[in-house]
Design a protein around this ligand. Sequence first.
Ligand code: PMP
Length: 435
Amino acid sequence: DLVRYHPTDKAGVLQDRRDHFGGNLSLTYNDPVMLVRGWKHHLFDEWGRPYLDAYNNVPHVGHAHPRIQSVAADQLKRMNSNTRYLHPAQTAFADKILSKLPDHFEVCFFVNSGTEANELALRLARAHTGARGMVTPDHGYHGNTTGTIDISAYKFNKPGGTGQADWVELVEVADDYRGSFKRNDPDRATKFAELVDQAIERLQAKGHGLAGFIAETFPSVGGQIIPPPGYLAAVYDKIRAEGGVCIADEVQTGLGRLGHYYFGFEHQGALPDIVVMGKPIGNGHPLGVLVTTKAIAESFDNGIEFFSTFGGSTLSCRIGKEVLDIVDDENLQDNARVMGARLIDGLATLKQTHACIGDVRGMGLFVGVEIVNPDRTEATQICSYVKNRMRDFRILVGSEGPKDNILKIRPPLTIDTQDVDMILWALNQVLSEVT
Ligand code: PMP
């Protein structure tokens, strides 16, 4: 104890964390960063050094947005309570969300996280169908609770995972770079979708009915994958034909990040029955939202009260609505489209000179760069090197994918031209060290 570090010293915080937190609470970067201030897409460490946040998709409208600070402070001064009392902020938030969705969505549920929204989606699908079985793409992630881990192959299939539940069937993720059907195959969307037929049959052979299908509309932890257009529409047709409910997890893709679309399912020409939102919708305040049809909400209204103490609190509703208003007022969806195109174009140019870039894919500010070995296999170590070197250049990017070889770039939607050019410049430098 005599050699205790000063509590705000990075090494001391790291040591305290190791002493008092679980070992599986992971830290990014070999030399972790400590961040104490933020502004838009910039972060500052304990020395005041700036970092470009090209990774965090939660501060959707930017870190420390003055309008979010102002509504949060205003509401906390007035009062903060739950959905058992009337408040216009609840209905105003619901109206705003529904204004962004097709008319068949009429009912909102407010919870505290993406996990909770997906957990609730499972309950709704089961209440509506009376069945238990779920089909979901491999390598998906939907949350950290018992129920959502069972539908998250990314978790249950890891060493130490609980394994695949009897009522879950996996389909190959619609990855047309590495998967069974490649980009040069014009029928790849249909071929990937047909895999769902066998999954439903396998469930039925085990005596399970079909409750539904859940997928990240663009699989993110699976490696920033953009399914071929029409894939989800074809899958949803098959699921509905067997009586199942189609759940679109838009936690990573929703609210304008894709630039061209407000939600990923629009790109797929698909209409889900349930849409799940999380992460960006509270800009850092814990908030999850599920929207669904009247019919499904009525099946769920089966005599048991639904209540979440904090879900749909006055404060949460004010913050959530403010986030969606800011996206509109600051034209952030448009900015995501323009900046995303600049970034993706630049990355495609880097691909021509750096052999370790196997694939560049993305839409708006949802971008993946697949790092490969000379034989095109997944270059996990090079990807880790690049991610850590980018941190030396004070640019924060992540990595993802089954083999952790896909650089993941998904900054707040406020990012500007110079920031995009800085990412490209630094990446060119770092890649020159490995190719
Ligand atoms: N769905 C997806 C697609 C996610 O990426 C995440 C979080 N990474 C979740 C659900 C779970 O959200 P939360 O961590 O807010 O519970």
